[in-house]
Design a protein around this ligand. Structure first.
Ligand code: NDP
Ligand code: A1CAB
Length: 257
């Protein structure tokens, strides 16, 4: 995710020289970026405070990583964490930081089509909030929430959400095969359907519910499918409620790891 964000900032014209990547190894997501742009790469933490420190390691690694980063954090440093679950308290204690933003981006950031939820603690200045808006906004809209726990809800909806949509495309293709389509054709139809419907939701002023109704001819084929998907018990809305709640609960659990 960190590489996706960095790629988005560079593609949006942020100067490569203003970034330093701290990662002990150069993995397959980072390598093409370092090959293409003159971004500094370090495998040891800087010894001087930086202006903005973005934390993009796994939540389970935070305990090991934060103490090594203390020297990179001064009174004026803004810390932006994208880790699911990790609380601002944990980050402040681990780093000795004051101003912390918890942000939750998603992987479409890689193609400039992400959406990010963010929460700022009381030490974040208006200038730092603007800087965060500029940084996170390079890959799509930034939605600020007023309470930190809501970031776990954002994580469950839009952080993890792309995976739900990809699963929908997988399931649609598999169902297409089951009704007789060649696998490749079924997958092409599913990918373009999900992508096209997604693009319509962005471009149209109509709500998704209205767009759905526009497809649904009275007593037609879509109505027959929706009767299954919207069945009172076990339908997609109920399943989605359970899935999103499971993700939210897991984010809350990760905060205790
Ligand atoms: N994936 C997603 O869709 C989203 C993820 N997130 C959050 O982003 C964070 C990263 O997740 P994700 O990108 O999926 O995980 P990855 O494992 O792909 O990325 C973690 C990165 O941290 C690097 N790393 C490991 N140890 C250190 C260290 N000591 N110092 C610096 N860097 C280190 C890893 O390098 P190496 O691979 O060489 O070990 C890797 O590049 C998580 O906290 C997650 O909750 C947030 C929103 C969406
Ligand atoms: O699965 C995860 O924990 C991370 C956070 C949101 C998306 N991926």
């Amino acid at each position: 995710m960190g590489a996706a964000m960095l790629g988005g900032w560079l593609a949006a014209g942020r100067p490569a020289a203003s970034f330093t990547v701290l990662d002990p190894t150069v993995g397959p997501a980072l390598k093409p970026i370092l090959d293409a742009w003159p971004v500094t790469h370090r495998d040891t933490p800087p010894a001087e405070p930086v202006d903005v420190l973005v934390l993009a390691v796994k939540p389970q690694m935070m305990g090991a990583v934060l103490p090594d980063l203390r020297a990179a954090v001064g009174p004026g440093t803004l810390v932006v964490s994208i880790a699911a679950g990790t609380t601002i308290d944990t980050i402040r204690q681990g780093l000795g930081a004051r101003a912390v933003v918890r942000a939750m981006p998603n992987t479409p950031a890689l193609i400039g089509r992400g959406v990010t939820g963010a929460f700022a603690n009381e030490h974040v200045t208006p200038e730092q909030r603007q800087e965060t808006d500029d940084l996170l906004g390079a890959s799509g809209p930034v939605e600020w929430v007023g309470r930190e726990p809501l970031i776990d809800a954002v994580t469950a909806v839009s952080g993890s959400g792309p995976a739900y949509v990809f699963l929908l495309a997988e399931a649609l293709a598999a169902a297409g095969e089951a009704v007789g389509l060649e696998p490749d054709l079924a997958m092409r139809l599913a990918r373009h359907t999900v992508a096209g419907a997604g693009e319509m939701m962005i471009r149209s002023s109509d709500a998704p519910e209205q767009l759905r109704r526009n497809v649904t001819s009275p007593n037609g084929t879509t109505a027959a499918a929706l009767a299954v998907l919207m069945a009172e018990s076990g339908g997609l809305p109920e399943l989605m409620n359970r899935a999103v709640e499971a993700a939210r609960a897991r984010a809350a659990e990760l905060s205790k790891d």
